[in-house]
Each structure stands twice: as C-alpha cells, then as structure tokens.
Design a protein around this ligand. Structure first.
Ligand code: 13P
Length: 254
C-alpha cells in the first residue's frame, strides 16, 4: 500500500498572525491522526519565519511541519541562509526541494539540489523533491526527458535506502498558479513514467512503494479525479492550501 499525502506549499504568503490562524484552522479540522510524512499524511510548508510558532500550535501527529527550502551548506558564513540542522532543531520534518520557482528565480541546479537533499536526510528529515517541465518543453515533446534528467541527476544519485526516504512531486510549470491543471490523463501518464524509471533504477518493489504527488492548480473540484489515477498518490498544493476549507476539501478527496 502506497502512502498518500496532501501537502500545502504556502510559498511567500501570509504574515505570522495569518499563518498561525491558518495552521490552527487546518489542525482543528483534522480529526484523523495521520502525520508521518511517509504514511497517509497532511503536510504544511509555511514560510521560514512562521515555522517555530506554528510548530507550537499544531499537533505533530496530525500535521507534518515542512520547510520550503534549506541551505546547500552545513553551516558557516552564508549570510541569509537557513541550514537543514536549524530546521530540524525547530521541529521541521520535511523540506521541499527543487521547486520550479527556486529553479527559475534562484538558479537552483541539480548539483545544488543533491547537496540539499543529502543535508536534509543527514538531519533525519525527508526531502519532497519537485520536478516538472516548462510549457515549451512539453510542446516540443521533451517532457519525459526533462523530468527523467531532473530525477536522475539528484534522486538517482542516492542509495536505494536514501531514495526510499524521499517523496517525489511532479509539478508541470505550465500548471503552477495558472488555473490550468494537467488533465488526469496527462498527469497519470507522467506519473506512470516516473514510476517506471524508478523501477528500472531501484526495482519494482521500491517503485511500487514510492509516493508521487501531483502539483499545479490542484483544487477541491479536480482533486478527486487526479487522485483517482493509479499512480497519483496525492498533491502538492499552492494557492488552494491558503484557505483552510479548500485545503481540507482536497484532503477529503484523498
Ligand atoms: P498552485 O496550486 O498554486 O498551482 O501551486 C502549485 C505549487 O507550486 C505547489 O508547490
């Protein structure tokens, strides 16, 4: 049985007071105790500035507290950076890495991401590794190759044991924040492809266990159809994770 996850990526939204309110509302709505970032789980990834305070108001057995990024270095003279160890020390359990916004606006490349993944795991947390193609790459028919390379250059550099301790999120760039969702068929097709390359690399058994999330304009109205696909194991939600009712609607869909 594969683990199902609904993860909310708040991006650079909410001030501290709004963030605490949102986290409390989500926490109150959840009745099932289901956080382990690897089993059926609810994940929220607020901004760095909110993590400590939010950890104080949520039940860690209901919600898995996650960060949106971390430094590629362990510690030292890296002004403005937040290390994996710092995140671990305030109760963070997982870290989103390789989001397309970080790749596009902050020049993150596979080499940096591999360092980050390793540091996250070294500190006992789980990387939620994002991959996905741009519109022009899909239109040119290159989406399979792009996604394969993104995964190969980072996650396939890990041992099977470390790879097992990761979550993959497929987020087509053209679907992020655009209101255009990949159709259930388009998403299923690439999720199945990802599972196949995982099977080729690490074997069928591990591939069957791997949680692969879909992200990109996922909302309560389309979540059910997406999550019904054989290889889609939940969602990484942006905009719709900022309203407790919408986020809860997506959780209910799973
Ligand atoms: P939206 O749900 O706003 O399209 O964002 C998806 C995303 O980027 C989650 O990481």
């Amino acid at each position: 049985m594969r683990k199902k996850i609904v993860a909310g990526n708040w991006k650079m939204n909410t001030n501290l007071q709004e963030g605490i309110k949102l986290a409390k509302a989500i926490n109150e709505k959840l009745t099932t105790k289901n956080c382990d970032c690897g089993t059926t789980g609810v994940v929220i990834a607020p901004p760095f500035s909110h993590l400590y305070a939010i950890n104080e108001v949520i039940d860690s057995d209901k919600i898995c507290l996650t960060a949106q990024n971390c430094a590629a270095e362990e510690k030292g003279a890296y002004t403005g950076e937040i290390s994996a160890e710092m995140l671990k020390s305030i109760g963070v359990k997982a870290v989103i890495l390789g989001h397309s916004e970080r790749r596009a606006y902050y020049g993150e490349i596979s080499e940096t991401l591999l360092k980050k993944v390793k540091l996250v795991q070294k500190n006992g947390m789980k990387p939620i590794f994002c991959c996905g193609e741009k519109l022009e790459e899909r239109e040119a028919g290159n989406h399979f190759k792009i996604v394969e390379n993104q995964i190969k250059e980072v996650l396939f550099e890990l041992s099977a044991k470390d790879f097992e301790n990761s979550i993959i999120a497929y987020e087509p760039v053209w679907a992020i924040g655009t209101g255009v969702t990949a159709s259930a068929e388009q998403a299923q097709e690439i999720h199945a492809f990802i599972r196949k390359i995982v099977a080729d690399k690490f074997g069928q058994e591990l591939a069957e266990k791997k949680t692969i999330l879909y992200g990109g304009s996922c909302k309560p109205s389309n979540a059910k159809e997406l999550f019904a696909q054989k290889d889609i194991d939940g969602g990484l939600i942006g905009g719709a994770s900022l309203k407790a009712d919408d986020f809860f609607g997506i959780i209910e869909a799973i």
